[in-house]
Design a protein around this ligand. Structure first.
Ligand SMILES: [Zn+2]
Ligand SMILES: [Zn+2]
Length: 125
């Protein structure tokens, strides 16, 4: 497994590298993620200190709750990350990762908030 994963927004202004040792992809079906992503939010979690970010000036931050804030690209609108502020944790949108990740969805979060138009994604065994 490669040591770092590389991610970028649609327009390429925002670029991220994150540790390749993150556990698998998490899928959050909560109401906040539905509104922000238009669907469930599939992400990889990493400590903020282990994430390298370039193009930070392109990010627009939005406080989505008292405990967290989210960043999207001000140019292309890509949902880049969610910060769980007190935990120092960044949740990087999985769709921004370029190339194979070697990851699978390993857990669904907030299943009870899932809308009625899709089935929960299968969990890798
Ligand atoms: Zn962008
Ligand atoms: Zn969520």
């Amino acid at each position: 497994m490669s040591d770092r994963l590389h991610a970028s927004c649609h327009c390429g202004k925002v670029r991220i590298t994150l540790p390749g040792n993150a556990v698998g992809v998490l899928a959050c079906h909560c109401g906040d993620c539905q509104k922000m992503h238009g669907n469930f939010n599939a992400f990889l979690a990493a400590p903020q200190t282990e994430v390298e970010l370039s193009g930070e000036e392109a990010l627009i931050w939005y406080s989505s709750s008292e405990a967290s804030r989210r960043a999207f690209c001000g140019t292309c609108g890509a949902r880049v990350l969610k910060e769980v502020t007190a935990a120092g944790r960044w949740l990087i949108s999985a769709g921004l990762i370029d190339g194979p990740t070697g990851k699978r969805i390993i857990k669904n979060l907030w299943e009870q908030s899932r809308p009625d138009w899709y089935d929960l994604p299968a969990i890798a065994q």
